[in-house]
Design a protein around this ligand. Structure first.
Ligand code: NOJ
Ligand code: NOJ
Length: 504
């Protein structure tokens, strides 16, 4: 604007009217002066807009590459941070509005599972040693949590950063915690086993007396508590939750495997049978009338949370994936749920309106009232970074799962989902119920690239709203797109790494 005003003033001085049909020719010297000024101004404005321009033009893959470094660094910063016990993982360094300076069992397990994945690909022995130590510390800290006199024992959702139980009022128990902790440590146990690291393995799983080790204690808890209702992962609703149950099932199956291999056949059988009975309960979340998987069965509080739509269903599918087809990402019911969630979040968040972009900002659930403060009010809920990342991970996972399978069967249930993908109009129109598209068909490749494109679309959204230094807070303001609530949320960075694994 300042440039324009300046330019106009100059022009007036030379008595030129800036229109195409300039009739009065200014004197030569004046024209030359203007041309010089004009060139200078163009150069100057290009220079000034260069960073903005560069940001917009940077290919997503290049941003993701840079962001990964930020994610790893910021995630590490919250593991055994200064001021906390060794092995504790802070949910966020934020000490007020909101205070997330706690070791949340769920967030910590999700984070440390990414460390286990990293160990598979780590190159230098130094790095390997550092990250192995992180896991050892986490396992030891977790064992102390289990043994402490917490109000709900192993179902306790969070601990003070010094390891003592948090005794204030809270939504407890949350039974996804011990399941997730077991999943992470069982994942690590599998790795240690394959590398014959007996000593480390024995420290987390005692095959003679499982109940005396961190994994065994969680398995005991999960196998005997899954029949009881509890609070959900968002620490609000009480009942039986799809997310919690999917993780309990995965923990039971992984626990059964390790028990079997260690000669604890009775335990293995018990866990397997419990997992089977649990499957019957998980099936109850499918609501054919609504056409999506509903989040909670027998919900006894929060009457305003009534659509049953919740992005934690997608998180449960991803984190509870046992690769045996049970509520797998490509299950028609899961695809329908993803589509229903997207439609709801597109509608309710102003930042998603009027955008042609492929991805959208995703929140926890449509009726959410939590914006990081104590003020709970309708329409307060915001999109969340970790939920948006999960949708990206979901689409990337679908792309690679279908690629491996080599075919896509179109059914009455999944057709709307596939039609909603970013496809060429002709391709979308040619999709018909009853058809099976094989990888020899060019349409198959179009569908796979559309799934990948969609996955990237969600990371475009994350990039759009992340701080310019790549740091990310828990939420994205639904109206302004600003980062709000807990800064540097550890789960955001772990979620980034999960999405990155799926994308590769
Ligand atoms: C209430 C929120 O709804 C819940 O999700 C959150 O975990 C707690 N407050 C803690 O901040
Ligand atoms: C609130 C979220 O609802 C919950 O899932 C999380 O564990 C805590 N914040 C800590 O990040």
């Amino acid at each position: 604007m300042a440039f324009a005003a300046f330019f106009a003033r100059e022009a007036r001085a030379c008595q030129i009217i800036f229109r195409k049909e300039v009739v009065i020719r200014p004197a030569f010297s004046c024209r030359k002066k203007i041309i010089q000024k004009k060139a200078l101004l163009i150069a100057l404005s290009l220079f000034i807009s260069a960073p903005v321009f560069a940001k917009r033009q940077e290919p997503l893959s290049s941003w993701l590459y840079r962001e990964k470094t930020v994610a790893v660094k910021r995630m590490f910063a919250n593991i055994s941070p200064k001021g906390g016990a060794v092995g504790a993982v802070a949910a966020s360094p934020s000490r007020k509005n909101p205070n997330y300076w706690y070791h949340w069992v769920r967030d910590a397990a999700i984070t440390m599972n990414e460390i286990v994945y990293r160990l598979d690909g780590i190159e230098t022995p130094e790095e390997r040693q550092i990250e192995t130590q992180m896991l050892k510390n986490y396992a030891a800290f977790s064992r102390l949590n289990q043994k402490s006199k917490a109000k709900t024992g192993l179902g306790e959702p969070k601990f003070n950063m010094n390891g003592t139980p948090f005794n204030g009022a809270w939504a407890r128990p949350q039974n996804d915690g011990p399941a997730l902790r077991a999943i992470t440590l069982l994942h690590w146990a599998r790795q240690l086993k394959s590398q014959s690291h007996k000593k480390e393995l024995n420290a987390i799983y005692n095959s003679k007396a499982p109940q005396n080790s961190v994994i065994g204690a969680d398995m005991d808890y999960v196998s005997t508590h899954w029949k009881q209702p509890c609070y959900d992962l968002w620490e609000e609703s009480f009942g039986f939750h799809f997310f919690t149950q999917m993780l309990e099932r995965k923990a039971l199956l992984a626990g059964a495997k390790l028990s079997q291999e260690s000669g604890n056949f009775q335990r293995a059988l018990f866990y397997k049978n419990e997992a089977k009975s649990l499957e019957v309960e998980i099936e109850k979340h499918w609501n054919s009338g609504r056409g999506y998987i509903t989040v909670t069965v027998d919900q006894s509080n929060m009457r305003y949370k009534n659509s049953g739509l919740d992005s934690s269903v997608i998180l449960g599918v991803l984190m509870g994936n046992t690769r045996d087809g049970f509520f797998a990402p490509e299950d028609d019911r899961v695809l329908d749920t993803a589509l229903a969630l997207e439609n709801a979040f597109r509608r309710i968040y102003p930042i998603n309106h009027g955008r042609k972009s492929i991805g959208i900002a995703i929140g926890r659930y449509p009726e959410d009232r939590y914006n990081g403060t104590d003020v709970f009010a309708p329409d307060n809920g915001n999109p969340w970074v970790l939920s948006t990342e999960a949708f990206s991970q979901f689409y990337s996972t679908l792309a690679s799962d279908y690629s491996k399978k080599g075919l896509i069967a179109l059914t009455p249930r999944n057709l709307p989902f596939f039609k909603s993908l970013p496809l060429k109009r002709g391709d979308a129109a040619s999709l018909k119920v009853g058809e099976t598209i094989r990888n020899s068909d060019p349409l198959f490749q179009s569908l796979i690239s559309a799934l990948r494109k969609k996955g990237d679309g969600f990371m475009e959204v994350v990039r759009r709203y992340a701080n310019s230094d790549g740091t990310m807070s828990e939420q994205i303001d639904r109206k302004t797109g600003r980062m709000v609530s807990a800064a540097n949320l550890t789960w955001n960075y772990a979620g980034f790494l999960s999405q990155d694994r799926a994308r590769r």
